[in-house]
Ligand binder design. Structure first.
Ligand code: ADP
Length: 390
């Protein structure tokens, strides 16, 4: 039976899924993750869709990306010997200015995507490494690249540019936007389950460890809080979000920091972690009463509310807000903080529905519908891969 593997390779983690393609839509049968690759805490876990744990162990064999991928592929072959891998779907963070949909990976298209590595140095090289390894391991399978940027590629020019001399736009210094696979899933889900909302003006808040917001009209992205890199916009677990570029100049010129040190500060030591001085984990912050934890949550929710106003202005009004991602799907408290005193925008939270984590969490009288929809980026990748199998 034909199967699809999905791979989502980060710098220190590697998520994977195995799908069958018997019917219309790919069906997940097993998923897992390797975390903390390269450290003493490197760990792999995987379970079947019905919750059976297949592996949950630390291993010295997970010492780098390549060995982690080998480990996963060996594991899948051992556990599912009858699976015939017809396609492998890869999450690739950057598709550049032209790719507005998934593409088939070939040695040539891989080379083009390698040229984008300087645009996303912390993600793209790992994504492409995973793709090359899968091509070697499954030479007969279709290899499909799904881009985080693709969903945003038809932004109006004013949302695609910075106010720099135009030659910088021409060499690719643009506002790309990210988390496109998540927004693609939400857009498709709304089209199938709430077509009237899908046809309207919607802001989707993807609030996970990474976080961004996307403004959609009729299911298509017209604006994103993220720009050139996956660092812009909202504060995140460890990323700073929007920052005055003057700060970067000051850190370089006056504090003597080099590019690597600044990158480490802005990508790994800032956001909720930097503000709280404690953790990037929202659950821990919510449970804590320290001033740092309170400040981190205050700043986080303030910036989300500010961005919501900005995106509503870009949309010319607002019909719905969708919460997704680990925090958006689960945190009653953060949703409450975001939606409180937002009546001026037509938002009225139903506190009981919010506390129950219901799908619709606005009151009947709320002009703006508030929804909670779990995202499923892996399914978007699997669907794109399935579409390439003849
Ligand atoms: P990633 O971007 O790495 O996929 P997730 O979407 O899994 O991350 O989101 C991780 C975040 O979600 C963490 O900050 C975690 O604390 C938060 N989270 C998960 N469940 C809850 C919950 N019940 N309440 C508050 N925050 C939660």
């Amino acid at each position: 039976m034909d199967h699809i593997i999905t791979l989502n390779s980060g710098s220190s983690s590697l998520k994977f899924g195995l799908f069958t393609i018997t019917g219309d839509d790919p069906v997940l049968i097993c998923s897992g993750e390797v975390e903390s690759i390269g450290s003493a805490a490197a760990h792999i876990s995987a379970k079947t869709t019905d919750g059976q744990v297949l592996v949950d162990t630390s291993s010295e064999a997970l010492h780098d990306q390549a060995s982690a991928l080998d480990y996963i592929l060996d594991f899948l072959e051992r556990e599912f010997p009858a699976a015939r891998v017809a396609a492998v779907g890869h999450r690739i963070v950057h598709g550049g200015p032209d790719n507005d949909r998934p593409i088939l990976l070939t040695p040539d298209s891989l080379q083009v995507l390698e040229k984008l590595e300087p645009f996303a140095p912390l993600h793209q090289p790992y994504n492409l490494h995973g793709a090359r390894a899968a091509m070697e391991r499954f030479p007969d399978a279709k290899q499909v690249a799904c881009f985080d940027t693709a969903f945003h590629r038809h932004h109006p020019w004013v949302n695609d540019t910075f106010a720099l001399p135009t030659e910088y736009y021409d060499i690719g210094v643009r506002r790309y936007g990210f988390h496109g696979l998540s927004y693609d899933y939400i857009s498709d889900h709304l089209a199938n389950t709430a077509p009237l909302i899908h046809g309207g003006r919607v802001v989707v808040a993807h609030l996970g460890n990474g976080a961004s917001m996307c403004a959609m009209i009729a299911g298509r992205s017209v604006g994103s809080s993220m720009g050139f890199s996956a660092m812009d916009g909202l504060p995140m677990g460890t990323r700073c979000g929007q920052l005055d570029p003057g700060v970067v100049l000051y850190l370089m010129d006056q504090q003597g920091m080099n590019a690597d040190e600044i990158s480490d500060l802005l990508y790994r030591k800032s956001g909720l972690l930097g503000l709280s001085g404690m953790t990037n984990d929202m659950r821990t912050l919510e449970a804590s009463n320290t001033p740092g934890a309170r400040n981190a949550i205050n700043y986080y929710t303030f910036r989300i509310r500010r961005e919501l106003g900005a995106l509503a202005a870009a949309l010319g009004g607002l019909d719905a807000v969708v919460f997704t991602g680990g925090i958006g799907e689960n945190s009653t408290y953060i949703r409450d903080r975001i939606c409180t005193d937002m009546g001026w925008l037509g938002i009225e939270l139903d506190h009981d529905a919010n506390a129950d984590n219901r799908r619709v969490i606005s009151t009947d009288l709320s002009r703006v519908k508030l929804m909670v929809i779990p995202t499923n980026e892996e399914l978007v990748i699997a669907r794109a891969a399935a579409a390439q199998i003849g």
